[in-house]
Design a protein around this ligand. Sequence first.
Ligand SMILES: NC(=O)c1ccc[n+]([C@@H]2O[C@H](COP(=O)([O-])OP(=O)(O)OC[C@H]3O[C@@H](n4cnc5c(N)ncnc54)[C@H](O)[C@@H]3O)[C@@H](O)[C@H]2O)c1
Length: 312
Amino acid sequence: MAQRKKIALIGAGNIGGELAALAARQELGDVWLFDIPEKIGVAQGKALDLEQNGAVLGYDAAICGTSSWDDLAGSDVVIVTAGVPRKPGMSRDDLLSINLKIIRRVAENLRTRCSDAFVIVVSDPLDAMVYAMKEGTGFPSERVVGMAGILDSARLQLFLAREAGVAVKDVRAMVLGGHGDTMVPVPSYCTINGIPARQLVSAEKFAAIVERTRNGGAEVVKLMGTSAYYAPAASAIQMAKAYLNDEKRLIPCAAYLRGEYGYSDLYIGVPVVLGGRGVERIVEIALDPGEKQMLDNSAKAVRELLEASKKL
Ligand SMILES: NC(=O)c1ccc[n+]([C@@H]2O[C@H](COP(=O)([O-])OP(=O)(O)OC[C@H]3O[C@@H](n4cnc5c(N)ncnc54)[C@H](O)[C@@H]3O)[C@@H](O)[C@H]2O)c1
C-alpha cells in the first residue's frame, strides 16, 4: 500500500511555519518541523497548532516538531530555511558567514539520514547556500535546488499586473540570475495572456517595475523588520509539489550548471523542468545582448560569493 510522503522542514521560523501550514492544507504528506534544541518548543507548538487547525479546516496530516535528526530519516522532500534572515539595511550577502556554518551542519545530517530526498534550499544568500548544500550532502545536482526565481518572478508579475490593470494570474514573468541585487528580470519573456507585456506597459514604467522587483525583498524587510515569508513559502511548496506529483513544471530555480548559458560549477537562477526526477532539464532560452550581459554580471557576483565561501 502506498505510504504518505514525508516532508522535512529544517527551520521552524517564519517561513518554516508557513511551509508547514501549506504542506498540511494541501495534504502533501506528513510534516516534520525541525529546529535547534533551544527552539524545540516553537517547533512543537506550531506543529500542534497546525494539527488542531486540521480539525477546523478538514485536512489530515501528522505534523510533529522535533530537534532530533533521526526523526527526519527517509524524508522524501526536505525544505531548508535554517539560518538568520535580513534586518533592515542588510544585504543577503551579509548573512554569508552565519548561514554558511548552519547550512554545512544541516547538510552533514541530511547526507546520512535523507540520502534519497529532494532538497530545496531557501536560506540566504541563496546561490551560495544551495551550492554548499550540494557540496555537503554529495547528492546529485538534480536533487538539490534553490528557491528564488518563482518568488522574484511573482513580484514582477504583481507589479506588472497592477500597472497594466489586469488580473495577476494572467501575467507570466521571468526573473533569472542570482537571488541578489544583480538578479535579471527578463522583459522579453514577460507576457500578459500571450501578449508581450511591453505592448501594455510603457518602457519607463517597465524600467521602474524592474527596479522595484530587484528591491522587492528589501522593501518588505524595511516595512516589517524581517524577511517576507508567505510568498517565499508558497514558492517552495510549488517546487515540492512539482517533484512529488511529477508535474514537469517549467519554472525558474537556482540550478547547478555544467556549461549551460556558458557557466560551469555554479548555481544560478535559470528556467528548469521540475518533475519526479528533480531538475529534469535546464532550458536554455535566447537572451538579447543586454539581458545576457546582465546575466553575466549576476553570474560574476555569485562566483565572488562562492570564492568568499571557500575562505570561511
Ligand atoms: N530564497 C528566498 O527567496 C528567500 C526569501 C525570504 C527569506 N529567505 C531566507 O530564508 C531564511 C529563513 O527566513 P525566516 O524568515 O524563516 O527566518 P526565521 O529566523 O524566522 O527562521 C529561521 C529558523 O532557523 C532556525 N535555525 C537556526 N539554526 C538552525 C540549525 N542549525 N538547524 C535548524 N534550524 C536552525 C532558527 O532557530 C529559526 O527558527 C533566511 O536566511 C532568509 O534570508 C530566502
